[in-house]
Design a protein around this ligand. Structure first.
Ligand code: TRP
Length: 338
């Protein structure tokens, strides 16, 4: 057993439970997490409360997907002996910390948060934004600090949330005149975000351009068939463009044979290599990647009792840790004690 002082660097990250995860999640975070669990103390949060902040009209969807995302985690190789998987809504300390932190953040600052600002625009909330949604950066600050995480592996779009977290940490530390909570660092993956199969900047279930981690062989084949390439590459003999060509972007992301990909790129640029040939190569790579994930996922989905147990044990461990932090914050602020 490790004691607190010799603890490995602590990572917290998580996902909103709004739907099963897809290849974009795999490339952007899941793949990293399976590696990081060996070198860090890793906590994964099934963020159902955060999911509710923009899905209050469909709480059943949020509830159902807690298990779906857990299946995805286990299927890609998250090992519950190395990583603690926990459920946000079952950790009351997170909500209590949010209540305390809200006193250290202004509405103006939240509205200026680039992540929030973009989402307000995209969703067309205007002044009718739910308070919970506006405050989700505060809740995310609670998630991160409650675990005393110093590293948060997230996509680039989430970086402003880590900055906001650190502002809260600094204000609180100044208030209590000591280093009560550590600041956290965003760990942004070097590879950019995986585009959707239509070439749009983001792979997303709601945009209908995603390949789920549970995709069947036929679904994989069909997704590759539809995939956006170079729209001006009409005949195999023509020279083609590799940049922004989704088939090549995916080969870069998932094909381990770099020399093969380089060769395909050179021949494609030169002319004489048809889309079909490149797509067949990618299909092989994706079938080989997804098949074992899909099969493991089906095994876990067939044994929900085992997965529930993983979540119960992980959440119990997380409850202890987050409650300890809450107690420290309560006592540092000098809240009334009974
Ligand atoms: N906001 C993250 C997302 O949309 C999910 C999340 C919730 C999270 N709490 C977190 C990520 C804490 C990192 C740390 O994907």
């Amino acid at each position: 057993m490790q004691n607190e002082n010799s603890e490995l660097p602590v990572i917290l990250t998580g996902d909103r439970t709004t739907g099963p995860l897809h290849l974009g999640h795999y490339a952007g975070s899941l793949r990293n997490r399976t590696a990081l669990q060996h070198t860090h103390r890793q906590f994964l949060l099934l963020a159902d409360l955060q999911a509710l902040t923009d899905n209050a009209h469909d709480p059943e969807k949020v509830r159902r997907n807690v298990l779906e995302v857990a299946f995805d985690y286990l299927a890609v190789g998250i090992d519950p002996a190395l990583t603690t998987i926990c459920v946000q809504s079952a950790l009351p300390a997170l909500s209590e910390l949010t209540m305390l932190y809200m006193n250290f953040v202004t509405v103006a600052r939240l509205e200026r948060n680039p992540t929030i600002k973009t989402e307000i625009q995209v969703r067309g909330f205007g002044r009718d934004i739910p308070v919970g949604f506006l405050c989700y950066p505060v809740s995310q600050a609670s998630d991160i600090t409650a675990f005393k995480a110093t590293l948060v592996p997230v996509g680039e779009d989430q970086a402003p949330l880590i900055e906001q977290t650190n502002e809260i940490v600094r204000r609180l530390n100044r208030q209590v005149e000591r280093e009560l909570l550590p600041e956290a660092e965003a760990m942004i993956p070097k590879v950019g975000r995986l585009p959707g199969i239509d070439g749009k900047a983001k792979m997303s279930k709601s945009l209908g351009n995603a390949i789920p981690l549970s995709a069947s062989p036929d679904e994989i084949r069909e997704a590759v068939r539809q995939m956006y390439t170079d729209p001006n590459h009409l005949r195999a003999a023509d020279p083609g463009v590799v940049e922004g060509n989704v088939v090549f972007t995916y080969l870069d992301a998932f094909c381990e044979d770099v020399a093969l990909v380089d060769d395909l790129k050179a021949r494609y640029r030169q002319g004489g290599l048809g889309d079909m040939v490149v797509k067949r190569q990618l299909e092989d790579v994706l079938q080989a990647l997804i098949t074992p994930i899909r099969e493991r996922r089906a095994q876990f989905a067939a044994d929900p009792a085992y997965v529930m147990n993983v979540l119960r044990e992980g959440t119990a461990r997380a409850r202890e840790r987050t409650q300890r932090t809450l107690n420290e914050v309560r006592s540092a602020l000098g809240l009334f004690e009974l």
